[in-house]
Write a new protein. Structure first.
Length: 375
């Protein structure tokens, strides 16, 4: 199904990450010398659960004759912004710098990535917004980077990975959440791993398909960690966004969390109401990939109802990854009111900074085919 109006907000778009060589102008003299003298500027820093040339990594019509998919700003405009009439799109740069064991180098590269994003993407294209890349394994450095970059309000979110060295609810990460809440930033948790630990609870898998499927289990664990540690109560204004995570698995987690919580409430007294209610209020999920049977509108509607409604979903293309064909960016069977919420309203509610000086309107066709303006 095509987007029936213009003005949608794409909450997960992936520009090709900058090469180490491209980041050299954004590093200070010390780190520029470190990268070149040690030949680190030749590293790819690719951090992905599937290889760049696999079908999932990019739609065939979104691949460039030379270079990486989404590696050219004109291609992003031509393939990801213009066809869908996108009003704003949030860039999530997935860079291997966050996995470096050298905390100082990781922090330096994260700074360079954020400055590169502002200069090379946000400055020339006013429709783009971005997430802040941070070295999570050094919370003090992460907070310093958030505070530095947040002066630019085109950055709307702090970007974390679903799999790392520890569960994200742990108290050591709380300064990051405090900074995000204070500065009107959401926290995005993207499918992926730093690969410092096995990506499954049972150990290292042998195949990429195992890693890919395991991502939803990791996000399941992260939500339970945020609940059990009291993050939602400690930071009552903070929204968490699960990016490229799928979402049909969520009703099962909600049901089990509610059921188990009733029997162990004294252990976590700060969970003062059913966990599903908290998740519905504080967590959002990007639309793509739609991990539901194709063409089964009834199953899709039932899943959304089991989640508690359509306010948890955010429109995304997940460009340039291949999750839909042509311009059929929406699953079939969504009511017009649901499309409006997913495409615009939910994003404005989730990301306070998207509302800065933006008048969002769109033309939508009603059931009779007439056009109406919605604001």
């Amino acid at each position: 199904m095509r987007m029936p109006f213009t003005g949608a907000i794409d909450c997960d778009l992936h520009p090709a990450m900058p090469t180490a060589a491209a980041l050299l102008p954004y590093l200070d003299d010390h780190w520029r010398e470190q990268l070149t003298s040690r030949h680190i500027d030749r590293y790819s820093f690719v951090l992905t659960s599937y290889p760049p040339n696999s079908p999932l990594s990019a739609r065939p019509d979104w691949r460039l004759p030379t270079g990486a998919p989404a590696g050219d700003l004109d291609a992003i405009r031509r393939h990801a912004l213009d066809p869908f009439g996108t009003r704003l799109a949030i860039c999530n740069v997935l860079h291997g710098a966050v996995a470096l064991f050298n905390e100082d180098m990781a922090a330096a590269l994260c700074r360079a990535i954020n400055d590169w994003t502002a200069r090379e993407l946000l400055d020339p294209e006013p429709r783009l917004r971005a997430s802040i890349v941070v070295p999570l394994h050094n919370p003090a450095a992460a907070v310093a980077e958030i505070e530095r970059v947040a002066a630019d309000r085109r950055f709307v979110q702090v970007l974390l990975f679903a799999m790392g060295e520890m569960l994200l609810g742990r108290r050591i990460t709380w300064p990051i959440y405090a900074a995000a809440e204070r500065l009107d930033l959401a926290v995005g948790i993207h499918a992926g791993s730093t690969y410092h630990r096995a990506p499954t609870a049972a150990g290292w898998p042998s195949h990429r398909v195992e890693d890919y499927v395991a991502q939803s289990a990791a996000l399941d664990a992260q939500l339970m960690s945020l609940l059990a540690e009291g993050v939602f109560q400690k930071f009552p204004r903070l929204k968490f966004v699960l990016l490229e995570s799928g979402w049909t698995w969520l009703p099962h987690l909600m049901w089990r969390a509610d059921k188990t919580w009733r029997g162990v409430r004294p252990e976590v007294p700060w969970i003062d109401r059913p966990p599903a209610e908290i998740l519905r209020e504080r967590v959002r999920m990007t639309l793509q990939p739609v991990d539901a049977p194709a063409g089964d509108a009834q199953a899709l509607t039932q899943t959304i109802a089991h989640m508690g409604g359509d306010r948890m979903l955010l429109f995304s293309t997940d460009f340039p990854h291949w999750h839909f064909d042509g311009e059929d960016v929406l699953p079939d069977g969504l009511p017009a009111e649901t499309i409006r919420r997913i495409a615009i309203d939910n994003a404005l509610d989730t990301y306070p900074r998207l509302r800065d000086g933006v008048q969002i309107g769109h033309n939508a066709a009603d059931a009779t085919g007439n056009q109406e303006t919605v604001r």
